[in-house]
Design a protein around this ligand. Structure first.
Ligand code: 3HC
Length: 699
């Protein structure tokens, strides 16, 4: 008997139950147990039908990602699905939770599928840089048609059981008791012959065979955001095989593509980020049994861009949120922006009007600060100066209930100083959202010196509840993301002074895979933000300051490093800016030269890596992979490159050290001197990832 797969009889129905917490991933033990149980159920003359179900919180959530990259131990999933399809009696999958990847493929190998109404079904492999490898690309389009299967496979997004039922992916929606419903269903279909096998279907694909151009149209409509990635093209190739080739050849083609992709650098990077994302929220020095405080109600102070976006996050997750502004006009403006944002989503089909109304109804706008008194968590998102923050926290301290979590959304300021403006610094921490806050998934959780363990754990839990990727970081100016961004920004300005133009610098990063470069990003964020921060610190930036002096604050003024015509977001290079740059070089006596793309990339990325090394040394980030998660989810670093610290390991730390030393000497900038940690690892021939002993993805 297997310890993870159980086989019992419920009358004349054999019930196979997979019990492999936390998510019933198809590890070797599960595959072996499943094959054995299927064999016994097949040979059991008293069983006229079989149910495959799962214990715990979910149906099989996929292959065991940690086993990828290691030698595959038989039986493979494909072999088990072949056994399923050839069973001489009906097999019914009983689906609850999430049937994902190999889990859905397993269910597609069954003759029927019964699902709990709350279940979700999907093929998310694309998010791991691979494609379904056990028949998903061949069976799903045969069952629900290419027009539904292709978007599911290329987006990786699961669909709810109700929709799956309407598409014929699920045969029956269960009531309250999934097991009973699946067994009853199995009993009902037990006499049914021939058994419906998806592999034998061709009706849904026939129209494509007659008109393959339809397929190309579908592909064009679903591959718009796949720049630089290998997996989408692989998925398209496998899906094409589904209607061009007989199923066994199609399965073989799919397997070849899967094997190529799973061995490639992109998938390795994406698997690394999958595990890194989950590690980032774990804090080793906090007792595992620390309970988060219960959050029933939230409040956000400030209804500006950030405050509004944060309030939306809470409302989207069904949490009532009080939105506080000082004056009626600002409050009305903030609410108006929120309404417009939702209305845009409704117009694009991402939300129903009813859901929008429900979310708006969860928001309680007010100018009365006292209304935060019943909030379990308060997030401050007011003007970014210490004086204002202190004043707000003093006020919060006098009104908020004693066990409320008090969070600041500051992006640079010292959370410890802010905490001291209250008499309860242990309740204070940073929750740094990224703009637009309702879209960007990163949440830097800034742990203050006195932040209580349960306050930290509460912030992490709330972060996950509102769909964010929380990463715990320490206090320093700019925390992890913005501090590294600043290192990049300084070098970007130097590149302009030495000979490059904004479009050269931005172009190199876009080609590398980021959605935009530093100058387009500054224009989007507003140049005045950086200017104020520099002014506060007494720093001068020759070109940035000259541009700001002309009132060019970026997209919001239609001009910044680029021109934006008629409210468009497309940056157009501006001769006036070029002149400002040439003048600045002349003023500083710098002889301009041509700078190639490779130099631009190294000079933008290596200083970031260097700052990342310092951040690790200082304990501001606890793992190199935490930094990578921050860059992937907060700054658009391409997930298939895995983040700057993984990239550093791939390039080699010795090379980076030498280049940084040259840059430091040339610019006479001590900040560019290789960080001690970087030097030490390079000398020992190690990478950053060697700092973490137990890294599932890199093992
Ligand atoms: N393999 C190995 N470990 C997995 C896993 C998987 N497929 N899915 C989840 N886990 C682990 C997580 O690492 C985490 O471990 P930890 O507790 O040690 O950090 C634990 O299970 C719980 O996961 P989450 O914290 O993500 O739990 P949630 O409840 O928030 O989410 C989930 C559950 C929706 C199932 C989510 O974990 C998920 O999306 N998992 C990945 C699903 C996936 O990508 N499946 C496809 C795999 S590839 C495949 O099947 C190839 C096939 O075609 C051959």
């Amino acid at each position: 008997m297997s310890s993870v797969v159980d086989l019992r009889r419920d009358g004349d129905v054999a019930v196979i139950t997979i019990d492999h917490p936390p998510v019933n991933a198809l590890s070797h033990a599960v595959r072996a147990g499943l094959k054995d149980a299927l064999g016994r159920a097949r040979d059991d003359a008293g069983a006229s039908a079989v149910v495959v179900a799962c214990a715990g919180r979910t149906f099989v959530a996929g292959a065991d990602i940690a086993e990828f990259g290691k030698p595959m131990q038989p039986p493979g999933l494909g072999e088990i699905i072949a056994v399923l399809e050839d069973m001489p009696k009906p097999v019914v999958a009983a689906i609850h939770g999430t049937a994902l990847g190999g889990g859905l493929e397993l269910a597609l190998g069954c003759h029927y599928r019964v699902a709990a109404p709350t279940a979700r079904l999907g093929l998310p492999e694309i998010k791991l840089g691979i494609i379904p490898g056990a028949g998903g690309t061949q069976r799903l389009p045969r069952l629900i048609g290419m027009d539904k299967a292709l978007p599911m496979i290329l987006s990786g997004e699961p669909i709810p059981a109700g929709e799956a039922h309407a598409l014929g992916l699920v045969d029956e929606l269960a009531g309250d008791d999934l097991s009973a419903a699946a067994v009853a269903f199995a009993r009902r279909v037990a006499p049914q012959r021939p058994l419906p096998r998806i592999r034998d279907r061709s009706d849904k694909l026939a129209p494509l065979r007659a008109d393959p151009a339809k397929f190309d149209e579908l592909v064009a409509a679903n591959t718009r955001r796949t720049r630089g990635m290998h997996a989408p093209a692989g998925a398209v190739e496998a899906l094409r095989a589904a209607f061009e080739l007989p199923i066994d050849e199609g399965l073989k083609r799919e397997r070849e593509i899967f094997s190529r992709l799973v061995a490639g650098d992109q998938s390795k990077a994406q698997r690394y980020i999958f595990f890194a994302e989950r590690e980032a929220a774990k804090v080793s020095d906090i007792p595992a049994d620390t309970k988060p405080r219960e959050i029933r109600k939230a409040a956000v102070i400030g209804a500006g861009t950030m405050g509004g976006g944060i309030a939306m996050c809470f409302a989207n997750a069904g949490i009532p949120v009080t939105v506080v502004e000082k004056e009626d006009a600002a409050l009305a403006r903030g609410l108006d922006t929120i309404r417009k944002n939702y209305a845009n989503t409704v117009r694009r089909g991402g939300l129903t009007q009813e859901e929008m109304d429900k979310r708006l109804a969860l928001m309680a706008p007010t100018t009365d600060f006292a209304k935060i008194a019943d909030a379990d968590i308060v997030i401050e998102a007011v003007f970014e100066t210490m004086e204002v923050k202190k004043e707000v926290f003093g006020l919060l301290d006098s009104i908020a209930k004693p066990d409320a979590v008090l969070a600041t959304n500051t992006s640079y300021l010292d959370v410890n100083v802010i905490a001291q403006a209250t008499k309860r610094p242990s309740s204070v921490l940073g929750m740094h959202f990224f703009s637009p806050a309702n879209v960007m998934r990163l949440l830097e959780i800034v742990r203050g010196q006195e932040t209580a363990p349960d306050v930290l754990v509460t912030a992490i839990a709330v972060g996950r509840r509102i769909g964010k990727v929380p990463v715990v970081v320490g206090v320093c100016h700019g925390f992890v993301g913005n501090r590294m961004l600043r290192a990049r920004g300084i070098e970007a300005e130097r590149l302009l002074l030495e000979g490059a133009l904004p479009q050269d610098v931005d172009g190199a990063l876009v080609e590398f895979g980021l959605p935009m470069g530093p100058f387009a990003m500054s224009d989007l964020a507003g140049l005045d933000v950086g200017m104020r921060s520099r002014r506060d610190q007494g720093i001068r930036a020759e070109i940035a300051d000259a541009i700001c002096d002309l009132g060019r604050y970026g997209q919001k003024t239609g001009r910044g490093y680029y021109i934006y015509e008629n409210g468009s977001r497309t940056p157009i290079p501006d001769p006036e800016v070029e002149q400002i740059i040439l003048d600045a070089s002349r003023r500083l006596g710098i002889q301009r030269r041509s700078i190639d793309k490779n130099e631009i990339l190294e000079r933008l990325i290596f200083p970031m890596i260097n700052e990342g090394a310092r951040i690790l040394e200082e304990g501001i980030a606890r793992r190199p992979s935490d930094i990578d998660v921050i860059w992937v989810y907060g700054y658009g670093w391409p997930v298939w490159r895995g983040g700057p610290m993984l990239y550093a390991d791939q390039v080699g730390l010795a090379y980076i050290r030498d280049r940084l030393a040259e840059m430091a000497a040339r610019a006479k900038d001590a900040r560019l001197e290789p960080a001690p940690l970087l030097r030490r690892l390079a000398a020992e021939g190690r990478g950053f990832s060697s700092l973490v002993a137990d890294n599932k993805a890199l093992a």
